[in-house]
Design a protein around this ligand. Structure first.
Ligand SMILES: *Cc1c(COP(=O)(O)O)cnc(C)c1O
Length: 355
């Protein structure tokens, strides 16, 4: 603390991202990055953009990128917002669309950035408990609220909610914005984007960090009714006129254009998710069904924090949350077959040594 700090800063409790350790030969399965690199066409596009034009500001409205995304989803340009990672899109939408008198609702087990934004912007929230099996019942959200947000599939559980459930929620909740955070939708879910024409209070966010292997480029998307997008643009233009730099824009465009590479890498991750889930089950884990690029699992006998520590000693890092209800779970990002084998070998040795 410092006497120079504002009251706001004194009260903040920032989000703690998964670590990015500088250790050689690390098997890094802790932050849901894609184990495959970005499309070679993304690299080429970025290389082509490296030149004299970097002295010029980028397009403040990111027209080409937004048009590319609009074409991809068959929606209007005016229904697309882009930001510096979906975290930035989320920050803006908390400020622009979720800050009202009533508390907003999100699951008790969910993306832990949501309560951080609430604190930053002074938004009241109510955590709605997931069922014992971590399933989300949309009827629990039919109550007075200033807005609703949850990831689909949920994080860190990986559980997917069917689109008809989301539609049922939208039919019953018409007085506030419903945000579906689709950070992991490409690994087996159906996007709610197709509902935005029908429900003016639906905002869908996505990221290029997971399924498009571009966590390092920082590109996020918001899609919804033009009035919702206009609200985001107002906040964005009061904050940073140029959140999308030239490299991020051309890279993101190329990522959307290379559908073959996208499909191929997503399918590889999905295949490995199935294999890893099976192998973990054989090692004594109870594995949650996942539609994401990670699995959420707990061992029948071994303590999760100790497991994470033992794995770490073998240069395999996974994510462990010290949070009620899930402290015995590990969230494990799906790696390449080789990385997953390293994890399985390490786990198998740990399980044997403790028996
Ligand atoms: C990874 C993640 C994000 C943030 O993605 P960025 O675009 O990298 O900021 C948002 N929501 C959820 C649920 C995530 O897991």
């Amino acid at each position: 603390m410092s006497r120079y700090w504002s009251k706001l800063v004194e009260g903040l409790s920032p989000y703690v991202p998964g670590e990015q350790p500088k250790i050689d030969n690390l098997v890094k399965l802790n932050t849901n990055e894609n184990p495959y690199g970005p499309s070679p066409k993304v690299i080429e596009a970025i290389q082509n953009e490296l030149g004299d034009q970097l002295r010029l500001y980028p397009d403040p409205v990111s027209l080409s990128l937004r048009q590319t995304i609009a074409n991809y989803y068959d929606i209007q340009l005016e229904q697309v917002f882009v930001g510096n990672g979906s975290d930035e899109v989320l920050a803006h939408l908390f400020n622009a669309l979720l800050k009202h008198d009533k508390p907003i609702l999100f699951p008790d087990i969910s993306y832990s950035f949501y309560p951080v934004y609430c604190k930053l912007y002074g938004i009241e929230f109510k955590a709605v408990p997931l069922a014992d099996d971590f399933s989300l019942n949309v009827n629990d959200y039919i109550q007075d609220n200033g807005g609703i947000i949850f990831p689909n599939p949920n994080a860190p559980t990986g559980q997917l909610l069917a689109l008809k459930e989301i539609e049922s929620l939208l039919q019953q909740n018409t007085d506030s914005v419903v945000v579906i955070d689709e950070a992991y939708i490409d690994f087996g879910g159906e996007s709610a984007v197709k509902l935005i024409d029908k429900y003016p209070n639906l905002l869908v966010t996505q990221t290029l960090s997971k399924s498009r292997s571009l966590a390092g480029l920082r590109v996020g998307i918001g899609m919804g009714h033009i009035d919702l997008i206009e609200a985001l643009v107002r906040v964005k233009d009061s904050f940073n006129s140029y959140p999308m730099d030239r490299l991020a824009s051309v890279g993101a465009i190329a990522a959307f254009q290379d559908k073959d590479y996208f499909n191929e890498t997503c399918n590889k991750v999905i295949q490995e998710r199935d294999r890893l889930s099976g192998a973990l089950t054989e090692l004594g884990f109870e594995v949650q069904p996942s539609a994401a690029n990670f699995v959420f699992a707990r061992h029948e006998k071994l303590d999760a924090a100790e497991l994470a520590q033992s794995l770490r000693e073998q240069k395999v890092i996974v994510r462990h949350f010290k949070q009620a209800r899930i402290e015995q779970y590990l969230r494990i990002t799906i790696g390449t077959p080789e990385q997953n084998n390293c994890l399985l070998e390490a786990l198998s040795a740990i399980v044997k040594s403790k028996n």
